[in-house]
Each structure stands twice: as C-alpha cells, then as structure tokens.
Design a protein around this ligand. Structure first.
Ligand SMILES: [Zn+2]
Length: 563
C-alpha cells in the first residue's frame, strides 16, 4: 500500500475542483543508460515510436477484475495514442531499470528490469472519498544523458470507478477515463513543474514565475503556437495555471486561456481536445521527436488578439468566451454546447472570470447515473443522452406532461449538421426516449421553433459555431479509441469508424465487453444481462440479493487501503 504515499504531482477532476498538487520537491534518481545510443552506435531505433510498459501488481491486489480491466483498457488506448506521434530521441537499447523512486521506498516487487520500453508506469488504486480527483500521476526516474523521465506512476481514485452494484462501464465512461489517462501520462512524460529545469538546453529565463506572480514557460514551439493561435505576436511567455499555493501549480495550461485543451487543470465536461500546444511542449523539452500536425482544433480565444491573451475576461468588450457574472438570465449552455445545467460562475482556478460551468459536470454525451432524477425528467421531456447529443435551449415537453417554465434551460438532443453549399442547418431529434419522436431543423441563428405534440419552444443556437465545434466520434469510439478531429484513433486490434471492427489476428485485443451482459445490440450496447443481473440503461446491475456479498468485498478492499 506504499504507493498511496508516493509521488503525486498532479491530478485531474471530474468536477471543477482544484488539482491537488504535491508541494514537495521531487527527488530525481538519475540512471545510466548503459547501452544508450551515441554518435558511434547504430541508431537502429531512430524513427520508432515511444515504447511503454506497465506494472499492474497493485491493481490486481484489489481482486476487482472489472476495475483492472477498465484501467488497462484505457491505458492501452492512451499508450496507442502517444505511439502515433511521439518518438524518444534517446531510446533505451538494452533494459529499463526500475529502481528506487522518490524517497527510496519503492517496494521490492516493483523493482525490475524491462526490455523494449522507453517509459514504465506503475499503476495504483486508492480510495479518496473526500476529493474530486480521478487520477494522479508523476515521474521519478530520469535517464542520463538527456534527463528524460523513464519511470512514472498513475494512481486512480476508486471513487470514480464503477460503484459496488454497477458492474459495467459504458463507452461514454471509457471515453472520459481514456482522456484522464492521456492527461496523466502527459504529466509523467513532460508537463510537470519539477521537470522544466531538466529540459534539454533549458535556461533559467525560460521558465518560472514572472513579476506578476504568474507561472510561465517561454520556449520556442509553445510561444509560436500561442502567438499564432491568439493572433498576437507580443506573447513572450505562455501562462500556466496558478493555484496560489507557493507556485506549485504550473503544470497545466491556464484554464482562462486554453479552456478546451485536455491539459488544463480541470475538465468541466467531456468536451476537451488535444491541441497543438501539447505537441509543441513535447518538442520543446528536447526529449522527443513529435509529429507536429497530429492534433485537434482549439476554438477558445482563437484569433482574439493580444487583449484576450493579456486581459482575458477584462478585455473590452468582454470576449464571447466569458459570461457576465451579474446576469442570471443566460442560456444554461457551455461554450461547446456540450452539456446542460450550466451556470455563469467564478472558478477556483480563476477568481475573476465568469465561465459557464455545468453543475455536477453534466454532459449531454451520455448518462452515467441511471437513477439521476433530473436526467429521467429530461428524457421524458424529449432529451436523449447520445454520443451525438448537444445542449440546446429548450423548454419543450410533450403535451399533457408537466410544462417547464425556465426559458433558459437546456435539453440534450441528438443533432446532425447538414451542409448544402454554403448553407448549414442543424437537424435535431426530439423525444428519442418517448413515443413522440420529432425531427426539427434549425435554419437560422436564434430561430424559435415550436414542435408538434410538444408544449414550449426551442431556440436555435448559432449554427456555424454549433456545427464547427464537434469533438465527438461515433459511439465514443466504442470505448476503444481516442477521438481526434472527429476520427477515432483506435487501439491496436480495432478499426472502423467507431473501432467496432475487431482484428482477431492482432494481439492485445481489449477485453472490453461487460462480463455480465449476454446480448448486445449493433451499437455494442448491452440489451440483456445474465441471471442475477438487471439491465438498467445499457449496464448490468447486480440484483439486490447479490448485493450483500459484493458490499462485503468492498469493505475488505477498504480495509486494505486504510491499512
Ligand atoms: Zn493534471
């Protein structure tokens, strides 16, 4: 259980809560790479992808095969993601040595030598009921001569894994966990305040805290990205997140500037994207060769100029990215139209700017809690939580049901953008979960639609914006891939638009299906569970009679952690 005490540099959150960052200085153990490449040897690994390895002993101790499976599946998708565009400049030719780490307390069973790996992760699991972090990560061993990290940790919080009576994991939940895992791996690879001084050719002027107390990085590739993205050539420092705690933040992009990027300090809903600034940082570290065009789009602040960069929400007039804290008459929808129940509020990470933040991190892209009353009510009113659903301002409800009065509320409707020459329109499907299914089309921004069979009205979004900001892939890539530029990067062994084609001859096929599901539909959603399990939504839940036994297991698990 020692891993719980080990290095915790950062984490990521389900809800808008600050990252928990370890304030202690990391003790770096430097290793010698006996057979590392040098000028004279054959550069036989040059041009090959980064190679990862992992140690799941700690996970397996929990005896929860579902948790182990979920984490390993997410990890494999995340490794595959990095393999697509990252190469190490100084690959390990012989064996990677996992030695003492941090304060020298790495238990003996984790110490080993590993072949064919450039970066090794030790996986851990802990239960932190009171905190809102999903996972934490860090690295502790650096390799001579270029000081690249080679051993890291990822620790997951049991609180965000399926509860004791839910025994399956949806594509939507996989999608989130994959994003979290990619985020954590990035901290261990490159984005940690304690690493900056080890970057190749780093000078003291290129990182630190400026005279305003803002942590920054000033490296060529990230500066070039920021200057181009914001359309401001005067940017000489890329500002990092500041948590106000003795400068220990500084391992994330600033939320108010890079809102949608996966490497900001917290994720509000699932609409986050891998932007080019992350590729730029990997390259700037000097440790990696990187495919620079392998990234998604970033709309937040794009071409908004120097005022946006330097003044954010205080720029005049206030940029569209920020909301008015004084005005509670605003649509309850976020910047990306990703969810519902949004509200304009200040965040812990930026005490001055108003952001549209979803209460309880509610997404239109999928349901996690089938007992959520609000979502049940929304479904009865015409909402549906599908991979392609988005938030639309609407108080529609079927005639004869209880009418909604809040004209600013959002509903979640499956949507499709239709391109016809220069004209874009949005087709919305109302009532998928009811027996009054209606398709309506938004042709103009702000158009007000009445729908046959429904009370209330629907207000169309800004169509171009709505259609441009698409970050989801079909069926959330079946839980087997990462969605980038609306295309799935499928894990090894899978292919197709939603990674649903299984290539059995490739090894490493993910064991992703619910062990308690007996029949799936063509979307790979469970429609029938085995005996003793009940289907709720598309997940199998244990029948009440079997629950007692499982709770006992959970308690044993808890005891182990606390010990
Ligand atoms: Zn983080």
């Amino acid at each position: 259980m020692l891993l719980i005490l080990l290095l915790t540099i950062s984490n990521i959150l389900a809800n808008p809560v600050l990252d928990k960052i370890n304030q202690r200085e990391i003790k770096i153990i430097k290793q010698k790479n006996n057979k590392t490449e040098n000028e004279d040897s054959h550069r036989n690994l040059q041009g090959s992808s980064i190679r990862f390895s992992y140690d799941d002993q700690e996970l397996r101790e929990y005896n929860n095969t579902l948790h182990t499976k979920i984490i390993l599946n997410a990890l494999k998708v995340a490794f595959n993601f990095y393999e697509q565009f990252v190469q190490v400049k100084n690959p390990i030719l012989d064996e990677l040595e996992v030695q003492d780490c941090y304060f020298g307390a790495l238990p003996i069973q984790f110490k080993k030598t590993i072949k064919n790996s450039d970066m090794h992760f030790i996986l851990g699991l802990t239960l932190d009921i009171n905190e809102e972090w999903i996972a934490k990560a860090g690295a502790c061993s650096l390799l001579y001569p270029d000081n690249r990290p080679i051993v890291g940790f990822i620790i997951y919080n049991l609180k965000f894994l399926p509860s004791q009576d839910k025994v399956s994991f949806s594509n939507f939940e996989y999608d989130k966990l994959i994003k979290v895992t990619i985020h954590e791996i990035f901290h261990a690879l490159v984005f940690s305040e304690s690493f900056y001084k080890y970057y190749v050719n780093m000078t003291p002027e290129q990182y630190g805290t400026n005279k305003d107390g803002t942590p920054f990085l000033a490296l060529p590739e990230i500066l070039s990205f920021a200057q181009q993205h914001f359309g401001c050539s005067q940017i000489t420092q890329v500002y990092l997140e500041e948590s106000g705690q003795q400068g220990t933040a500084g391992s994330h992009w600033r939320k108010s500037l890079f809102y949608q990027d996966l490497m900001t300090g917290y994720i509000l809903a699932s609409d986050v994207t891998w932007s080019g600034i992350n590729n730029a940082l990997l390259k700037d570290s000097g440790w990696y060769d990187v495919k620079m065009d392998f990234h998604d789009r970033l709309f937040w602040g794009k071409n908004q100029g120097c005022d946006f960069y330097f003044q954010t929400c205080k720029a005049q007039p206030r940029p569209k990215e920020f909301c008015d804290l004084q005005n509670n008459q605003q649509p309850k929808i976020g910047f990306n139209y990703e969810g519902y129940n949004f509200q304009c509020q200040k965040t812990l990470l930026d005490k001055e700017c108003g952001f549209q933040i979803s209460q309880d991190n509610k997404s239109c892209y999928g349901r996690v809690d089938m007992f959520n009353n609000q979502e049940n009510i929304m479904e009865k009113a015409g909402s549906s939580f599908e991979w392609n659903s988005k938030g639309v301002t609407s108080n529609l409800s079927p005639i004869g049901s209880v009418a909604f009065t809040d004209t600013y509320q959002a509903q979640c409707y499956p949507q499709k953008c239709i391109y016809n020459g220069n004209k874009i329109s949005v087709e919305l499907t109302i009532g998928s979960k009811t027996n009054i299914i209606q398709k309506v089309t938004c042709e103009e921004d702000g158009q007000i639609l009445k729908v046959e069979g429904y009370n209330g009205e629907l207000i169309c979004q800004k169509i171009q914006d709505f259609c441009e900001q698409q970050f989801n892939c079909k069926n959330h890539c079946g839980g087997r891939g990462f969605c980038m530029n609306q295309k799935c990067i499928c894990a090894k062994g899978y292919s197709g638009e939603d990674c649903s084609i299984i290539n059995f001859d490739e090894i490493q096929v993910l064991d992703i299906l619910d062990p308690f599901c007996t029949i799936y539909n063509d979307k790979n959603e469970c429609i029938k569970c085995s005996e003793q399990f009940t289907l709720i939504g598309n997940s199998c839940y244990m029948n009440t009679s079997s629950k007692a036994l499982l709770i006992k297991y959970v308690l044993i698990g808890l005891y182990l952690i606390l010990y």
